[in-house]
Design a protein around this ligand. Structure first.
Ligand code: 5GP
Ligand code: ZN
Length: 112
């Protein structure tokens, strides 16, 4: 499958990793939207939040279980935001589920 994040998960495209285990990978966003901007992805291809199901939702739970550890490592004690864009209206540009972890500075309050 021609998926850039599958290729990053497989190590075929390099990334600046901040966390990795057998199920997920976190790496710095190429085009940061905040002082600290990391993406966390499941290694298994899931297209978006619209494709999360009873069968694969444990992966999402796993991702959220390691986010506090990543936030600690990134010194985001001041707070952080976790965002996932799903589909065209949200501006999803990579069709592999990913959660943005944003922080390191005061973030804007707008939700959309
Ligand atoms: P989306 O717009 O789908 O919510 O987020 C996709 C994110 O992936 C964007 O913030 C973009 O900067 C980032 N991105 C796209 N291609 C790459 C890449 O090859 N490497 C890294 N590290 N980030 C990427
Ligand atoms: Zn993929």
């Amino acid at each position: 499958m021609d998926c850039i994040f599958c290729k990053i998960a497989a190590g075929e495209i390099p990334s600046n990793k901040v966390y990795e285990d057998d199920k997920c990978l976190a790496f710095y966003d190429l085009n940061p939207a905040a002082k600290v901007h990391v993406l966390i992805i499941p290694k298994e291809h899931i297209a978006s939040a619209a494709e999360v199901s009873k069968e694969n939702s444990a992966l999402v739970g796993h991702i959220f279980s390691v986010i506090p550890e990543i936030a600690k490592k990134l010194e985001l004690g001041g707070g952080f935001r976790v965002v996932t864009n799903c589909g065209a209206h949200a501006g999803q540009s990579v069709g592999h589920l990913h959660f943005h972890i944003l922080g390191g500075e005061q973030l804007r309050m707008e939700m959309c």
